[in-house]
Design a protein around this ligand. Structure first.
Ligand SMILES: [Zn+2]
Ligand SMILES: [Zn+2]
Length: 176
């Protein structure tokens, strides 16, 4: 099966077989730091069965160039998948969750998305081992922004996500 290599500004993000859809979306999201709205551009790749794996890069900027290359069989790296197969926040593997959203190094499952969303929106209690950090040096693993550029980070198992990326991930899984 053909594999696709997706690069941003000449730097490969990942190589995957079984790519179902590649979407680039501009979305206006609430700017939780300064108020109002900001525009974010997301690169979204659906992999495997519908909703199974989603890659989401929220760090695209004007001028960025995305290239997609179809690889020949002998260019495909053997035995390695660049996509995480378990949730970086709770460790659940993909056999126990319905969807995993993430990038090459980090992924979040639907369960963690719901729990973190409840923390932010309803002030629910943080899950065991999780914390909210509003100071560096941590940065969001999805958009690579750090406080104070984002209002805070939800951190668990040394994986971090900001509220904007959390919302974008939730939007993705509820669209399915
Ligand atoms: Zn999880
Ligand atoms: Zn983020």
């Amino acid at each position: 099966m053909a594999a696709f290599e997706i690069s941003v500004n000449g730097k490969p993000r990942f190589v995957e077989e079984d790519v179902k859809a590649i979407t680039i979306v501009a979305d206006r999201v609430p700017d939780l730091t300064l108020g109002g709205e900001i525009e974010k551009v997301y690169l979204h790749v659906g992999i495997g069965e519908a909703g199974e794996y989603q890659y989401l890069g929220g760090d695209l900027r004007p001028g960025d160039e995305i290239s997609i290359r179809v690889l020949t069989d002998d260019e495909i790296p053997t035995g390695t998948t660049s996509f995480p197969t378990s949730c970086s926040f709770c460790g659940s593997d993909h056999f126990h969750i319905s969807s995993l959203t993430g990038g090459p190094q980090v992924a979040i499952c639907d369960g963690c998305l719901q729990v973190f969303h409840a923390v932010i929106i309803q002030g629910a209690r943080l899950p065991l081992g999780a914390s909210i950090r509003d100071q560096g040096p941590d940065q969001c693993d999805f958009c690579h922004k750090a406080p104070p550029e984002v209002p805070g980070l939800l951190v668990r198992n040394s994986a971090a996500i900001c509220p904007e990326c959390l919302r974008a991930c939730l939007d993705l899984i509820t669209e399915q």
